[in-house]
Design a protein around this ligand. Sequence first.
Ligand SMILES: Nc1ncnc2c1ncn2[C@@H]1O[C@H](COP(=O)(O)OP(=O)(O)OP(=O)(O)O)[C@@H](O)[C@H]1O
Ligand SMILES: [Mg+2]
Length: 303
Amino acid sequence: MFSVEVKNLTVKFGSFAAVDGISFTVEKGEIFGFLGANGAGKTTTIRVLCGLLIPTAGEVRVMGLDPKKGLEPVKAKVGYMSQKFTLYQDMTVSENLDFTSALHRIPKGEYHHRRKELLDFIGFRAGTGRLVRELSGGTKQEVSLVAALLHDPDIVFLDEPTAGVSPAFRARFWQLIRRLSRTGKTVFVTTHYMDEAEQCGRIALMRDGRIIALNSPEKLKKEAFPEPLYELTPLTHSRAWVGKLKNERSVLDVNPYGMRYHVATRDGQAFRKAAGHMRGDFEIRPIRPSLEDVFIHLVETKK
Ligand SMILES: Nc1ncnc2c1ncn2[C@@H]1O[C@H](COP(=O)(O)OP(=O)(O)OP(=O)(O)O)[C@@H](O)[C@H]1O
Ligand SMILES: [Mg+2]
């Protein structure tokens, strides 16, 4: 059984299709990454899967359930950490968790057990009597995760859970995600950080409401760059060659990458020959593509 099944899902706001006929499945226990530029349609898709938005067309199943046929059973199986911060800043950690527990009608004994288990799970040390607004950004996100998991859902949707927090915290949060997945929970996560995407089992890349690629990180790299990718290190101040390379038939795209340039080719041999004529302007070496290269090549480069 799949945790998520989506068939020809379309969500329109007026005449604008924020999600435009996407189909995919997510397996149980998978860490499934949802990537795409701002406005690609990630949050909209998640909102449909959590039963918070009625789609314009298409079918979705979450843990085998159809949100159209009743929200309560879906809510019981689904945890949702929204992109917008949803804890009450002027309530304590404890009060926030009490409130979430009441919303889900979790029996008291079970609540206290789950709450302790989850606070241990995140290694929470700040004190549950603290006001949420006094916590660091990272700790707030961890408490939000606890709130999303309190009713022991089978799948959890994490919408940019690590936006705006420190690298050390991001690493810690991803340890939690991996541990969750090992306990059999399905994790559906969006991120703009490629090092995080690298840790997903599979990734769907969204662009303008459509899924333009879906595979494991390694396979995405192979698919996106069947011909070699090159890194060019400039040797002079002039960048006139960048424009020239872009017009080469063998070149797909040239993108700045820090102080260097990455060149995707449709024919590696022809490119090396063309680049040979510009010797002296840059150094050239073939490289293994990163997920960042894939993302820039597929999502951000206008075709
Ligand atoms: N309620 C709404 N009414 C009108 N347009 C909306 C609504 N919600 C989202 N949109 C539009 O739909 C598109 C997709 O938005 P969505 O929030 O799903 O993108 P996203 O991929 O989550 O982006 P981000 O990375 O910025 O979070 C955007 O153009 C957005 O402006
Ligand atoms: Mg979003």
